[in-house]
Design a protein around this ligand. Sequence first.
Ligand code: ADP
Length: 490
Amino acid sequence: MEHLKVLFASPEALPFAKTGGLADVSGTLPRVLVEAGHTVVVAMPKYGAIPKDLLNGAIVAAEWELDWPLDPEPVRLLRLTPADSPVTYLFVESERYFERPSLYRDPATGKDYADNDERYILFCRALLEGLRRIGWAPDIIHANDWQTALLPTFLATLYKTDPFYAYTRSVLTIHNMPFQGKFPATTFAKLGLPEALFYPTGPFEFWGDVNFLKSAIWYVDAITTVSERYAAEIQSSPVDGAGLDGVLKTRAGSLFGILNGVDYDVWSPEKDRHIPYRYSPANLSGKRNDRVELINRIGLPLREDAPLIGMITRLSEQKGFDLIEKAEAELFAMNLQIVILGTGDEKYQKLLPVLERRYPDKLKAVTRHDEEMAHWIEAGADAFLMPSRYEPCGLNQMYSLRYGTVPIVRETGGLADSVVDVDADGATGTGFMFAEYEPEELLTAVRRMLATFPRKRIWREIMKRGMKQDFSWTRSAQKYINLYQNIVAR
Ligand code: ADP
């Protein structure tokens, strides 16, 4: 096996900063790659939102004024190897662009920061320049999502003839297709690239705008997305491909689906450090206790006959909230209880308290980010609902399987790749699935769950089949390694 030097660039990574599943992936995959014998450095911005104590021990690896199309900007590259970590981190520090309370959105306006183009252009340019300054040329630069997408783009343009990067290959992982880094045409001048590269249907142009993700799809050596089903879906139509289906199809031979894994040290009922009672497939009594604790904590009446359905999610249309809104009356007429943990679109943040008042014995909504509560729900709920419009991978359905919390999911993306539909007599399958994005289909899946829940022996078998599924990172990490080796050899 060839030893690889990998720079894994991500706009968010645990334990430092998280808004979604990408932070889980960036927190775990690099560690597993190191365990497989490779050197991995994770690069991310030094956000003001990162708790200061997590940065203890960071040293200044490079400090300079970045020369780019805007005024020269003071930047620093910080290096940190936390005491218990096999992974080294590089943080791009810029007082002006990253010392802010949140990652992408201005809390004052609820909108994306107006200078997000400059922030991530600076991140990518400072990182590539910083690596030269510290003299570390990776074999692979692995970019994640639009914020880091300019890394492969700059490698193939600004640094095309730079001997320092002559042996560096690039990978782009797309975690969510509609998030592309689209900016007005005036942004192009901030990239520092020849004007001739900005032309209709070219690498950067997208309906008159500049599109960071498109440029990376164009230039990068290999593309991955986070499930096989989603890799096929994003090429299949302009809706699923969010307008980039055409460009993706031109790269079909270099586009692969690799399912995200689960960190079972954090997400398993045997080891969970957050939940009141631990349990295992051999002894499920802890789960019954966790259910009672959860229901008491959120303040719903304790009902043995009504399954408790959990949701942990961004409150957005992607996650199926418009379906729930449409199915509301019939859904809450059923013999069930629902707990929702989520933050997101104002529309749904406002809707949930209204629904809570309408169905006080049936619904609790916790509208904040709460890591501990997420674990309590995985452990204490009977079923878990993910009616996503689209779902690149999704993590919570895989967590739910491990916790014996039976998923109810729409058959899309990573949900389709990780859950198997329960058959008519409950003898096979791990969850309840529905195909079309229609309220009636969602309701039918929930009814099937409700009909199965009282059949205790069958229900327990479904739980146990789910708990035995293995979505650990080892297999997926090996797929990334194979991909890296293939493009390095080329
Ligand atoms: P996405 O990245 O599209 O939001 P994923 O299912 O891939 O969806 O990942 C979401 C991650 O964020 C999961 O780890 C989930 O537990 C977590 N999460 C989402 N909302 C909350 C919340 N309000 N509190 C705690 N954890 C949350």
